[in-house]
Design a protein around this ligand. Sequence first.
Ligand code: GUN
Length: 251
Amino acid sequence: MAVIQVGEDPASSIYVNNKKKACEETGMLSYGYHLPIETDEHDLLELIEQLNQDPSVHGILCQLPLPKQMNEFKIISSINPSKDVDGFHPVNVGLLTIGKDALVSCTPAGVIEMLKAYKIPLVGANCVIVGRSNIVGKPVAQLMLKEHATVTITHSRTKNLPAVCRQADILIAAIGKAEMITAEYVKPGAVVIDVGINRNAAGKVVGDVDFASVSPIAEAISPVPGGVGPMTIAMLLMNTFTAFQRIEGII
Ligand code: GUN
């Protein structure tokens, strides 16, 4: 797996290190490319093209966010879709949308894997997603649809958000706002998946869900840290292994 980081965003550095460490622990080789923040877009495109052509590389990951001078869409689109282990390339997003085999975005894939591991019933379940990002909200909606859930995507303009959220059997919080989802948003007995990683006013790492008020009424709730985060890394390794097998003609 080739892991590219541009600049010094501290959160990105932690994520990238965790990803490289996970590769090593599972016996995959990882190549790290740490480029300065002022890197020209053209130079990054050239590096990606070199990795696209390199037969020893089966996965390419470009950590987001990228610096302002770079066009994120252009960079992601330049990755060979068969090596796009983040599942961000428009081809993989399109394949997911029409229900075909794709490299699926890691955090959404991790959410589904977690729900299945705990045998949470998905067929016909009312699933409310808070957040409509390309990385989490939209792809997790596609995956839940594939599992035959009834899906509602909500966002900052949704009217009466707490009431909509209270309809959920499964509530997925992916907003990026520390502890925004309080007990008022949760139906007693609901399953709550917290995708957020934020720092609260006290500097503590917390999710998008107010764990203290929600955990007493939820049937199940994923913690932050230690819930969805490790699942994202696991799915990244799965994607890399899948990409390897497809590229080498094993599957
Ligand atoms: N930035 C935040 N989450 C992610 C992720 O899953 N992959 C990449 N490449 N960048 C991110």
